[in-house]
Design a protein around this ligand. Structure first.
Ligand code: TYD
Ligand code: MG
Length: 442
C-alpha cells in the first residue's frame, strides 16, 4: 500500500504546509487550509498522449468576431484555452462577451452563454438591444456547475458569467467562497482541455481592485484579461494581464454606445484636442498604451516659490518623476528649478507612465522656467538619464507615425536613434538635454 503524504493547502493562495494552522502565514486568510492526500493519486494530473506539435499548432483559434479583442488575445480565442475576464460591475463584460458569442455562433459554432447573474428575460432584453438573433446561441441561467457542464457536451464555445455565481455540490460554502471558486474553475478547465474548446470565465473585482476569489484562480487559467474604464466616460479598454497564447502588450479600445460596445477605429483622436501652443511650458509627445499610440500634451507651470520647500503638483504624471527631471535640469543644464513651484498637467485625462515621455516633460519645465515658447508642430520623443543624456525609445516609428498623422513634423529625439525617417520630417537629434536650449534659444 503506498504511503499517503498529508499536506494542508491554502484555498486562497495555494500555500502548502505539513501541519495545519488556523491562519495562512502567506496570505493571512483564516480557516482556508484544507487537508490534501497527495500520495500517489495521479488522477488529477492532466496527461496527454504523444502528439505532433504541428497538429496542436493547427488547432487554430476561434476569432472572437471583434477585431480589437482578437488583437488583445493574440488572434482569437484558443481552443482548449481558459480565459478569465475581470472588471468592475457595469463596465461591460457581459455585453462584450454576448457580442462575441453572437458573432461566433453565426459561423457554424454552437455557443453556450451561462449566466448566474441575470435572468433569461434580462439577457433576452439585452440581446434584443444588441441585435443578436442567432439560432445557435444558447442560454442557461445559474445552477450547479456539474449539471451545467453535463448539459454542455456538444458546444464549441462556452462563457460562464460569472465564476463567483455558480456552486459545486462537492464544496461547502456559498457561491463565491474561495473553495467554491477554485473547484468551479478547476472543473471548467478540465472540461475545456478535454473538449478542446475555448472557455471564458467572468470574474468579479473586489473593492480594492483585485480579482475576487482565490489568488490561485489567476494561476490556474491560461489568460487573464482586464476590462476597465472610467465610469464617467464611455471609453473602455481591454488588456491581457497574463496570456499563454500571445503577448501582453496589446490593448483594445471600445466605446459603450446605446447599441453595445463599438470598436474605436482611431484611438489617438479620442484624447487629442489641438492645443494653444503659443505659450511657454507646453510640449507634445507620443505615449504608448500597450501598442496604442496617443499624442499627448504635457503642460508645466514653473514659478518662483515663496515657500522654503517648493511645491510640486501634478495631474497625469508621477510627482517623483517631476522631482527627478527637475534635479537633472538643475545639475546638468544649470537651470534653477529647485526653488520653483512646479505644476504639471497631462491633458485629456491620460496618465503617463511611459519613460519615453521624459524628454517632453523636461522640455516643458525648461520652457516654462525660461519663458521660451517651444517651436510649433514639434514632438519630443526620448528618455532622460540622470547624466542628462537622451536615450532612444522603443517603437519610435509607431510614435512618429502618430505624430505625423496629427501634423507634428518636427521631432526631437536621441542622437542614438537609427533611421531612415520620412523625408518630410525635420529630425533634431540630441545627445544631451542642454542641447535643447541651443536649438530653441536661436
Ligand atoms: P454589463 O455588460 O452588464 O456590465 P458587466 O457585465 O461588466 O457588469 O454592462 C452594463 C452597462 O452597460 C450598463 O450600465 C448599461 C450599459 N450598456 C449600454 O450603454 N449599452 C448597451 O447596449 C448595453 C447592453 C449596456
Ligand atoms: Mg455582467
Amino acid at each position: 500500500m503506498p504511503k499517503q503524504n498529508i499536506t494542508y493547502c491554502c484555498l486562497n493562495c495555494g500555500y502548502k504546509t505539513i501541519s495545519w494552522t488556523g491562519k495562512c502565514p502567506t496570505c493571512g486568510a483564516w480557516g482556508s487550509l484544507e487537508m490534501e492526500k497527495s500520495s500517489l493519486d495521479t488522477s488529477a494530473i492532466q496527461t496527454s498522449g504523444t502528439v505532433a506539435l504541428k497538429d496542436i499548432m493547427e488547432t487554430e483559434r476561434v476569432p472572437s468576431g471583434i477585431g480589437e479583442l482578437d488583437n488583445t488575445l493574440g488572434g482569437g480565442w484558443m481552443r482548449g484555452g481558459v480565459y478569465l475576464i475581470a472588471g468592475e460591475p457595469g463596465i461591460g463584460k457581459s455585453t462584450l462577451l454576448l457580442q462575441s458569442c453572437a458573432s461566433i455562433s453565426t459561423r457554424g459554432n454552437k455557443v453556450l452563454y451561462i449566466s448566474g447573474e441575470e435572468s433569461q428575460s434580462q439577457i433576452a432584453e439585452r440581446g434584443k438591444r444588441l441585435g443578436l438573433m442567432s439560432p445557435d446561441l444558447f442560454l442557461r441561467t445559474g445552477g450547479d456547475i456539474d449539471r451545467l457542464l453535463e448539459d454542455a457536451e456538444d458546444f464549441d464555445f462556452i462563457v460562464l458569467d460569472s465564476v463567483q455565481s455558480v456552486v459545486s455540490e462537492e464544496e461547502s460554502g456559498l457561491a463565491g467562497a474561495p473553495g467554491q471558486v477554485r473547484t468551479t474553475a478547476q472543473k471548467c478547465i478540465s472540461f475545456a482541455k478535454e473538449k478542446a474548446i475555448p472557455f471564458v470565465l467572468v470574474g468579479h473585482i473586489t473593492r480594492a481592485g483585485t480579482i475576487a476569489g482565490p489568488m490561485l484562480l489567476e494561476h490556474m487559467v491560461d489568460s487573464v484579461l482586464r476590462f476597465s474604464g472610467d465610469r464617467n466616460s464611455s471609453i473602455r479598454i481591454i488588456r491581457a494581464l497574463k496570456n499563454r497564447f500571445g503577448s501582453t502588450d496589446e490593448a483594445g479600445l471600445f466605446e459603450m454606445t446605446p447599441s453595445g460596445l463599438e470598436q474605436v477605429k482611431d484611438p489617438g483622436s479620442l484624447y487629442w484636442n489641438k492645443a494653444v501652443t503659443t505659450v511657454s511650458g507646453v510640449a507634445m509627445t507620443v505615449m504608448l498604451e500597450g501598442s496604442l499610440p496617443f499624442l499627448v500634451e504635457v503642460q508645466s507651470l514653473a514659478l518662483r516659490s515663496s515657500f522654503p520647500y517648493p511645491k510640486r503638483t501634478s495631474q497625469g504624471i508621477d510627482v517623483s518623476k517631476i522631482n527627478l527631471i527637475s534635479a537633472v535640469l538643475d545639475k546638468r543644464c544649470a537651470l534653477n528649478t529647485c526653488s520653483s513651484d512646479i505644476y504639471v498637467n497631462v491633458t485629456g485625462g491620460l496618465t503617463i507612465k511611459d519613460p519615453s515621455c521624459d524628454l517632453a516633460l523636461a522640455a516643458s519645465i525648461m520652457s516654462s522656467s525660461l519663458e521660451i515658447i517651444l517651436p510649433p508642430d514639434t514632438c519630443f520623443l526620448g528618455e532622460v538619464g540622470l547624466a542628462g543624456e537622451i536615450r532612444p525609445v522603443p517603437r519610435l516609428k509607431l510614435r512618429i507615425a502618430e505624430a505625423r498623422k496629427r501634423g507634428f513634423n518636427n521631432i526631437f529625439m536621441s542622437a542614438l536613434e537609427k533611421g531612415p525617417f520620412p523625408e518630410s520630417l525635420k529630425i533634431i537629434k540630441l545627445h544631451h538635454l542642454k542641447e535643447i536650449l541651443e536649438v530653441i534659444d536661436k
